[in-house]
Design a protein around this ligand. Structure first.
Ligand SMILES: Cc1ncc(COP(=O)(O)O)c(C=O)c1O
Length: 416
């Protein structure tokens, strides 16, 4: 079955061809370089554009739609909760927020959870928590957080500063003080920075696998050395699990791939399976927030928590991690075969269902060229930097869909 033969569900006629890019651009700020594509419907791993054309979705809202599109468990949770209670306030107890926090605590190394609305906000919470810990426990008056070059932590002012990529800083000075960048997977660089900063390093904040920065998996030895150093020095280890967590790596959390536990970690994207939610999670030892320290109007409201809980319970009930592991191996094997066939490919890497295919640095073809050509043939992919194509399908992707994606990519590479 090709993607063109997937039977399209009923698309409301008004959604089809009624879309005008000019009209859109005359009202929406141009913060995104958008593809020439308007999506109006989704089911499982397939999405349809405003002309009714079907695409196999290996982007999943950038590693977000854990259970694909319109999954019955998500639809049911949305409908049930919206008919019951959408939003109140954290002035009151929200029982389903407690249930979701319990699920997260039971399925991770965390003891406590704070809910917000996005990955950047979850990281803001982690940064504030680490700074309060630095001031009140470590007694550091000007704390510094080490982050990695090529990292990505979000677009708010603090998280864009934490992001170790100068292109995201341009024109936003003055940035937030208290961040220092080190090369990723380089333990010597961390040791040197700690010496150089002379007792001011309060936390080290890293992605277990760098997603936006090019699908760079963390090295086990590096993370174990970092964990040991943090223990020796009383420094907090913060892990940004926004892209790689919630099952995407084949384990619930990326840190499980590395054999360590963080003091603080963050989640968003896959946690809500498409509805906006974020979470800052921590061990009891650094749970220093008190009433009034941090808040969010929408954070942990009944609606988002009921949906995220349905996502979490479905992941567990349907043993979706096993699918992530099997489909991930299948995808990497397929991409490796393409790498032996096309010398333009220099590397294939990743964990579970977050994988990258890197093109030779001197190749005339960039990731964006492959992404556009694949889109023509009905496969959605997303770049991670100039030379890396990223594969982050829904975690429910089937073996047939993986085969189809690899065969479309084969046709794209043959044509280039
Ligand atoms: C690792 C990581 N952290 C944080 C973020 C920011 O998340 P959000 O866009 O939900 O603010 C992202 C988004 O791509 C991410 O990949």
């Amino acid at each position: 079955m090709t993607v063109d033969t997937v039977v399209a569900p009923t698309i409301h006629p008004e959604l089809l061809s009624a879309f005008s890019q000019d009209e859109f651009n005359s009202h929406v700020m141009t913060t995104y370089g958008r593809f020439n594509l308007a999506l109006v419907k989704g089911e499982g791993c397939t999405v349809w554009d405003s002309n009714g054309k079907a695409y196999l979705d290996f982007v999943a809202g950038i590693a977000t739609c854990t259970l694909g599109h319109a999954h019955p468990a998500v639809v049911e949770a949305v409908m049930a909760q919206i008919n019951t209670l959408t939003h109140v306030s954290n002035l009151y107890y929200v029982p389903v927020q407690g249930e979701l926090a319990k699920w997260l605590v039971d399925h991770s190394c965390a003891d406590r959870v704070f809910f917000c609305n996005s990955g950047a906000e979850a990281n803001e919470g982690a940064i504030k928590l680490a700074r309060k810990y630095a001031h009140t426990v470590l007694k550091i008056t000007e704390p510094v957080i080490l982050t990695a070059q090529a990292s990505f932590h979000g677009r708010t002012l603090a998280t864009v500063t934490a992001t170790g990529q100068p292109k995201y800083h341009k024109n936003f000075a003055p940035l937030i003080p208290g961040f220092h960048y080190v090369p990723y997977n380089d333990f010597g660089a961390i040791e040197s920075a700690i010496t150089e900063l002379d007792g001011r390093v309060a936390a080290i904040m890293l992605e277990p696998l760098q997603g936006e920065g090019g699908v760079n998996p963390g090295q086990v030895e590096y993370f174990q050395q970092v964990r040991k150093l943090c223990d020796q020095r009383g420094i907090l280890l913060i892990l940004d699990e926004v892209q790689v967590g919630m099952g995407r790596s084949g384990k619930y959390w990326g840190y499980e791939q590395l054999g360590i536990e963080p003091d603080i970690f963050t989640s968003a994207k896959g946690l809500g399976g498409g509805i906006p939610i974020g979470a800052t999670l921590c061990k009891q030892s650094c749970n220093v927030f008190e009433p009034g320290d941090h808040a969010s109007t929408y954070g942990g409201n009944p609606f988002v928590c009921a949906v995220a809980l349905a996502v979490c319970q479905t992941l567990e009930r349907e043993n979706i991690l096993a699918n992530v592991q099997a489909r991930g191996e299948q995808l990497r094997a397929g991409l490796q075969q393409l790498a032996t066939k096309y010398p333009m490919i220099s590397d294939v890497r990743g964990w579970g269902l977050i994988n990258g295919l890197e093109l030779q640095a001197d190749s005339k073809t960039n990731a964006i060229d492959l992404v556009k050509a694949a889109m023509e043939l009905g496969l959605l992919l997303v770049p991670a930097g100039v030379k890396v194509v990223r594969f982050v399908p829904p975690l429910i992707v089937s073996a047939a869909e993986i085969d189809r994606a690899v065969s479309i990519l084969d046709r794209v590479l043959a044509a280039i």
